[in-house]
Design a protein around this ligand. Sequence first.
Ligand code: NAP
Ligand code: ZN
Ligand code: ZN
Length: 415
Amino acid sequence: MAVPAKDAPREYAIFCQADGSGERLEYLVKEYGAADKAATIGDAATFTAPVKEALHKGCTHQAEGSGDCLGFAARDASGVLTPYRFERRPVGPDDIRIQITHSGICHSDLHQIKNEWGNSTFPMVPGHEIVGIVTEVGSNVTDFKVGEHAGIGCLIDSCGKCEQCAVSEEQYCKGGIFTYNGAYPDGTATQGGYSTHYVVNKRFALHVPKSLPLEGAAPLLCAGITTYSPMRYYGLDKPGTKIGVVGLGGLGHMAVKWGKAFGCEVTVISTSPSKKDEALNRLGADKFVVSRNKEEMEAAAGTLDGIVDTVSAKHDLVTYLSLLKTNGKFVIVGVPAEPFELPSFAVVFKRLTVGGSLIGGIKETQEMLDFAAQHGIVCDTEKIGIDYVNTAMERLVKNDVHYRFVIDIQGSLVA
Ligand code: NAP
Ligand code: ZN
Ligand code: ZN
């Protein structure tokens, strides 16, 4: 079987993804409208031409900048994303190159393109929920193979020497480098996954099990691990534990899925009554409480062992603390820009623990991906082309997404 040339990495990635699976290829042909479907199955030599043509169809992005990588970047705190070209480093001995197929849109991307946390640098290509196909590996890399599905989350490097790095909690390393809105040691800005490819050190690349569809797997790299990690760390993973999830968005719906897989009883606490039916009947939550409904909140008071708070905007903690039992745990993972008010009475009189958590370490992220594959868990996604990205951001502001936008990079962005 003829393999597409590596100097056409996108076709090569598609080939690797389709190889050996007529079903997958049929899907690709359907999605991207190859001209000659009959000639495609299982024969790269014939599928390359029509699929290639279809893949490049309609992709006419005129980008500012120069370099081998094409992405969409915000130029200032208006947050509007437009095509932007830049250079990725060549693959070094310890690196792998990932041809990106899908990139999730996290609310943190929105906070940062609008400089809501006050630390943004522009131009900024966001994206830290990255999956794709390995198209090149460095000479020291033995555990990643060309053609494999791989992912990158929020971090791409750390010091490797400190106490946190020693236990693979690199997210708390002072020398950590973020996937975008960060800087390499030479000062060059890191750029994220709303782009065609990424070159990353093997220590920060994840193996994405082949059984997980790439689209649904992408948001696991942030939304997935950010909820999985605190639920494990704070012991909210024991069968029968009564847990609450505040905010049914990208992170929140993953917390519900983990909770059910751990055998917990899960209550969703939401501002959106319209999400009740889906929460109970599709995501499998046990209970649904509307946080703006006083009677429902009073009825649920003192019933929960732990709460994961995923809310992205300013909100009043004391309302939610009332839902906890004595010794309950309240874990903050949402990062609104404004500080919380924490009344001492609410905490002291029930011996509550109020904690926080940042993504998860690399080892635990791999564990989470393997757990997801074992239990058939992926994110619920709305797939979009890159040209829809600014509209998607507007919809995210309005809390209008089920439950994660994922950009179909391979279908809409060609370098
Ligand atoms: P998202 O999809 O927009 O979900 C946030 C949810 O919060 C919404 O779906 C909504 O749920 C609820 N909400 C929104 N405004 C609210 C308000 N004013 N009062 C109460 N609830 C409100 O966002 P996401 O991607 O899941 O991210 C959530 C937050 O986590 C963001 O701040 C993000 O930056 C942060 N984050 C943190 C980490 C970390 O490492 N700790 C990692 C990733 C993201 P309902 O409709 O159900 O109320
Ligand atoms: Zn994120
Ligand atoms: Zn370190």
